[in-house]
Design a protein around this ligand. Structure first.
Ligand SMILES: Nc1ncnc2c1ncn2[C@@H]1O[C@H](COP(=O)(O)OP(=O)(O)OP(=O)(O)O)[C@@H](O)[C@H]1O
Length: 359
């Protein structure tokens, strides 16, 4: 089996302040495979930052195991505590790049100096350090800004500098802790696309901490939802999107599903007749839904009345959601549903409790 980039096992982090205990991370097990873009979403205070700081041991867990690239960096259980040497830890940390919401650049240093700074400890000669820094600026599209100061750059450009700096030591893993949260929508998209490009070009594993599901939808292949220190739901992006179990996950998915529920509440499920059945259809790709629905009528004598429709793009794949009332004889509806399934459409029954006003 391939070695995973990150393996956290039963990690707990408890902070004690003035006799008060905060369990910031509770029994979290998380496996991130090499090459993943793993989104971790949750509201402020859910424990996301604490959890990712555990990966490079900026935060030592109260208990649990931290493994990076197959090497145990830290382990604490009933049998005791084990941590790699400080020297090794420093070396391993360099292979885990990090970017933050507020960029954390050195304001008195130029752009190129900011990037070069990350290589100060290395044995590279000044000339090679500058060569490498220039290459990285080129990669992030800022070659022409090498000699300006951070204050002269836009937020998006500053984050590009931070990304270039985070790549200086050729990391295997890049952690973005709310890296796009201070940016406007256009810069957010550009930075997310840059992270995806780096993921693809350099094979970097990316962990994306965010409270914005849109960021995850754009580039992540996997997602975990955190609440109150725990991971409450996780999976690959499309299955989470099409089959979220937790209310909080659906809340984060927001947009479409929240609007759908509001529309369905208007519709009142109680109004459905004997020969009617409300279902949710989810289909992938750009397959047009209309011809399929027309076919339901023509071939199965089942009318499909669309209550709500929406298309979202997940990692460049359009995913359509339709809430439709299927009307017809029961046996015809069964056949129609079987046909839809054959077409690769995911079908879910919509029950009254799914659209309860306070549900
Ligand atoms: N150094 C610390 N000392 C005490 N409590 C802390 C410390 N760091 C975090 N906490 C607490 O741990 C909990 C989780 O915080 P954390 O910053 O990990 O959440 P988060 O999901 O990243 O939220 P945010 O996006 O606001 O940073 C919070 O209740 C926070 O107050």
């Amino acid at each position: 089996m391939a070695v995973e980039a990150i393996r956290l096992e039963k990690v707990n982090v408890t902070f004690t302040q003035k006799n008060e205990k905060v369990d910031a991370v509770k029994d979290v097990t998380l496996h991130v495979e090499k090459g993943d873009i793993y989104g971790i979403v949750g509201y402020s205070g859910a424990g996301k930052s604490t959890l990712v700081r555990v990966i490079n041991l900026l935060q030592r867990p109260t208990s649990g195991k931290v493994e990076v690239n197959g090497e145990i960096l830290y382990k604490k259980d009933v049998s005791g505590e084990k941590i790699i040497s400080n020297k090794k830890l420093r070396a391993r940390r360099r292979k885990i790049g990090m970017i933050f919401q507020h960029f954390n650049l050195l304001n008195e240093q130029t752009v190129i100096q900011n990037v070069a700074f990350a290589l100060k400890h290395s044995n590279l000669k000044e000339k090679h350090i500058l060569e490498k820094a220039n290459k990285l600026l080129d990669l992030v599209g800022l070659s022409d800004k090498a000699d300006v100061y951070p204050a002269q750059l836009s937020g998006g450009q500053q984050q590009r500098v931070a990304i270039a700096r985070s790549l200086a030591n050729d990391p295997d893993i890049l952690i973005s802790d709310e890296g796009t949260s201070a940016l406007d929508p256009k810069n957010t998209i550009q930075i997310l696309d840059l992270l995806k490009e780096i993921n693809e070009k350099l094979g970097l594993t990316v962990v994306l901490i965010t409270h914005e599901m849109d960021a995850v939808k754009r580039i992540a292949n996997k997602v975990a939802v955190m609440e109150d220190g725990r991971i409450i739901e996780r999976g690959d992006l499309i299955s989470i999107f099409t089959n979220a179990k937790e209310k909080l996950t659906r809340e984060f998915l927001g947009g479409g599903s929240a609007k759908a529920i509001a529309t369905l509440q208007e519709y009142e499920l109680g109004k459905l007749a004997e020969d009617e059945h409300l279902v949710q259809l989810i289909y992938m790709g750009s397959k047009v839904s209309e011809p399929i629905l027309v076919k339901l009528y023509r071939d199965f004598n089942v009318e499909a009345n669309i209550i709500y429709s929406n298309i979202e793009v997940l990692r460049e794949t359009p995913i359509g959601t339709l809430f439709v009332v299927l009307k017809g004889k029961e046996e015809s509806r069964v056949k129609a549903i079987a046909y839809l399934k054959e077409q690769g459409v995911i079908i879910k029954d919509v029950k009254e409790q799914d659209v309860k006003k306070n549900g």
